[in-house]
Design a protein around this ligand. Sequence first.
Ligand SMILES: C[S@@+](CC[C@H](N)C(=O)[O-])C[C@H]1O[C@@H](n2cnc3c(N)ncnc32)[C@H](O)[C@@H]1O
Length: 269
Amino acid sequence: MDENKAFSELKEKIFRDRGLDVNQYKENYLKRRIAVRMRALQINSYSEYLDVLNKNANEYVLLFDKLTINVTQFFRDPKMFVAFENEILPDVLISNEKKEIKIWSAGCSSGEEPYSIAMSIEEVIEKNGIKNLNYEIYATDIDNEALLQAKKGLYNIKSMENIANIRRNKYFERINDITYLISEKIKSKVKFIRFNLMEPYKTNFFDIVFCRNVIIYFIKELQKKVLQYFYDSLKDNGILILGKTETMLLSFRDKFKCINLRERIFKKE
Ligand SMILES: C[S@@+](CC[C@H](N)C(=O)[O-])C[C@H]1O[C@@H](n2cnc3c(N)ncnc32)[C@H](O)[C@@H]1O
């Protein structure tokens, strides 16, 4: 079979069998991720890979694992978290006298991001002596495996290198030399939910939305759709934080005012 045709068929098959529209991903990215699986299986054509998927549904697990690259860590891009704690949170938590804060970590992977957000909030609450504040973090991802891991809250020390010792002692229980368990206090602030970003979520609900290192893999059209969903999900003056390598699309520059360009922090206008 012609390779272009086999590639199209492969995309249709994944959608038919598993409901994942891989057209959301940039084509080069998609091809690179599939190539990783093909190399592992020592095959070099999409038609052979179609055969593998036909015969062995378990291959989907391995393919999805590669496609959704869950790479993450606690306090990823530490400078963004410094800005979040010093410039954003005090304003959201104190100045507005909000007593009920809702945050969305969209594309939360195995939980390091939403748990880091909870630790930052705890620190700002303590530092400023804030009382009677409720906050809730909605952490969503399309990947069930990652969500299961997140709910367990067990982490390898490698993902914790950006956490200062003082915070590590405060918010984790040491299980052994390399494994730590997130504290109940932090865990209780985060709700993990399976959710595909290709659909609208809540409206006028969140004070802050984090979506970092997720939409970069999406085609422009889908990025537009998702940014509009984030806009709709935020309350007035809500904050959107993107990943270091992600840029705000031009067509959204009148909807989101940039408040920290380097750290990709925006405010809903
Ligand atoms: C590289 S991780 C980013 C994790 C975290 N936000 C960070 O910056 O460290 C990307 C995550 O986006 C998720 N993802 C990819 N496509 C998605 C979609 N359509 N809907 C929801 N989550 C998606 C993946 O499953 C993966 O866990």
